[in-house]
Design a protein around this ligand. Structure first.
Ligand code: PLP
Length: 376
C-alpha cells in the first residue's frame, strides 16, 4: 500500500532528544527552543517567533493577542481546517465565512470587502496548499478598514508572495508542524509576530500569563501573573525533534517540490478533460506541501479514490466546508458558498511525502490516467 503520508525523519531527531534529556532541562523555552527560534529569525528572516504546541495553539494565541471580544466578527474561508475558525470562536467571535475562488481554494479577495461590517476585527487568509493568497489586496483592505490580518500559514513554510515569505506579511501568522506538514514535530506549531507591538504580550500569553520570559532575561526581579495566557509552549523534547527537521529544510523542500512538479507536469493533459490542477498565480510559489486534483463531481471523485485504493494507493479528500458543519451551520448567515462546497466535494489529494519513490509516483500517475481514459 502506498500511504497518503509518511512522516519524514532526518535521523538526528532522537539524538537531539537525547541531548535535550542529558542537558537536564526539558520544559519549555530551553536550548533547542532557542535554537529553533534563532533558525526562524536568523535563517528565515522572521521578526519574532514562538514555538507552540500546535498550529491550533498558535491561532489561539493570535486570537488572544488581537483581543477578540464576544460579538467581534472575523472573516475566514469556509474551506479550511476547523482550528482556523475555532480559535476565534473560543474568544466569542462571530465567524463570517468567505468563499473560495474558481482558480484555487483560497478565499475570494474580490468578495472580501462586501463581508466587512463595523464589527469586523480581523481577516484570516489561509494559504491553501502553500499557494499564496493575494496579500497586497488583503493588506490594502485591512489598512482601509483598520483590521488585523492573521495568516493561517499552516501549509505555507518556505512559500512566497512576490518574493516575500508567507507568514511575514500579516500582523501575525500561524504555522503547523503536525506530522502531515512539510516539517514536523508530531504535534507542534509556531506563532510569527510581525508587528513589534505584539511581541511582549505574546511572550506573556505563551508563558501562562506570566512575565517569566522577561524574568529570565533579567528585566524584572520576580515573575508574576500579569495578563491572561495559557501553556502554549512545547517541551524542549519537541523542539529538539523539530530542530533536526529544520536543519534539513532545504533537502526536504527540494524533494517535495520535485514530486509536486512531477505530478503537475505529468497530469497537465487532464486539464483538457476539465479536471482541475493547482495553478500558481504569478505572485505565488509552490512549496510542495500538497498536490491536488479537482474532479468534475463528487461521484467521479469517489470513483477515482476507489480506483486508486484498488491499486493500493491511498488518496484522500480534504476539508468539509465549515459553514455547513454541524457545529456552526446554525450560526452561519445562510449565504451559499458554491466554491467551498465544490472543493469539499471534488478535491482529491495524491500521496506526497519525502520517501515517495519515483517508481511509486509513476504508478500513481499512470493509474490516474487509466481512470480518466476509461471514463473519457
Ligand atoms: C494543520 C492545520 C491547522 C492546525 O494545525 P495543528 O498543528 O494540527 O493544530 C490549521 N490550519 C490549517 C489550514 C491546517 O492545515
Amino acid at each position: 500500500m502506498i500511504p497518503f503520508n509518511k512522516p519524514y525523519l532526518s535521523g538526528r531527531e532522537t539524538r537531539y532528544i537525547e541531548e535535550a534529556v542529558r542537558m537536564g532541562k526539558i520544559s519549555g523555552d530551553g536550548a533547542f527552543t532557542k535554537r529553533c527560534h534563532a533558525f526562524f529569525e536568523q535563517q528565515l528572516g522572521f521578526h519574532k517567533t514562538l514555538l507552540t504546541t500546535s498550529g491550533t495553539a498558535a491561532l489561539e494565541m493570535a486570537a488572544l493577542l488581537l483581543n477578540i471580544q464576544p460579538g467581534d466578527e472575523v472573516i475566514i474561508p469556509s474551506f479550511t481546517f476547523v482550528s482556523t475558525a475555532n480559535a476565534f470562536v473560543l474568544r466569542g467571535a462571530k465567524v463570517v465565512f468567505a468563499d473560495s475562488t474558481l482558480e484555487n481554494p483560497n478565499l475570494d479577495v474580490d468578495q472580501l470587502e462586501a463581508l466587512i461590517t463595523p464589527r469586523t476585527r480581523a481577516i484570516v487568509p489561509v494559504h491553501y496548499a502553500g499557494i499564496a493568497c493575494d496579500m497586497d489586496a488583503i493588506m490594502r483592505l485591512a489598512r482601509k478598514h483598520h483590521l488585523l490580518v492573521v495568516e493561517d500559514a499552516a501549509h505555507a513554510i518556505d512559500s512566497y508572495y512576490k518574493g516575500q515569505p508567507l507568514g511575514q506579511i500579516g500582523h501575525l501568522a500561524a504555522f503547523s508542524f503536525h506530522e502531515t506538514k512539510n516539517i514536523i514535530s508530531g504535534e507542534g506549531g509556531l506563532l510569527a509576530i510581525n508587528q513589534a507591538e505584539f511581541a511582549r504580550r505574546a511572550e506573556i500569553i505563551w508563558e501562562k500569563g506570566t512575565n517569566r520570559s522577561a524574568f529570565f532575561r533579567g528585566e524584572v526581579d520576580k515573575y508574576t501573573w500579569v495578563d491572561i495566557g495559557s501553556s502554549f509552549l512545547p517541551s524542549d523534547i519537541i523542539a529538539a525533534f523539530l530542530y533536526a527537521q529544520l536543519e534539513n529544510l532545504q533537502d526536504i523542500q527540494q524533494r517535495r517540490k520535485h514530486l509536486w512538479t512531477e505530478y503537475a507536469t505529468q497530469l497537465a493533459p487532464l486539464r483538457a478533460q476539465s479536471i482541475g490542477l493547482p495553478t500558481l498565480p504569478d505572485y505565488a510559489t509552490n512549496n510542495g506541501h500538497l498536490f491536488y486534483l479537482v474532479c468534475r463531481n463528487l461521484q467521479e471523485r469517489t470513483a477515482l479514490i476507489a480506483h486508486l485504493r484498488a491499486c493500493n494507493v491511498l488518496a484522500v479528500f480534504h476539508y468539509q466546508p465549515l459553514h455547513l458543519s454541524p457545529y456552526y451551520q446554525a450560526q452561519h448567515d445562510g449565504r451559499t458558498l458554491p466554491w467551498a462546497e465544490h472543493y469539499a466535494d471534488c478535491l482529491v489529494r495524491l500521496p506526497l511525502f519525502y520517501e515517495l519513490e519515483a517508481s511509486q509516483q509513476a504508478m500513481i500517475i499512470e493509474e490516474v490516467n487509466t481512470f480518466y481514459s476509461s471514463i473519457v
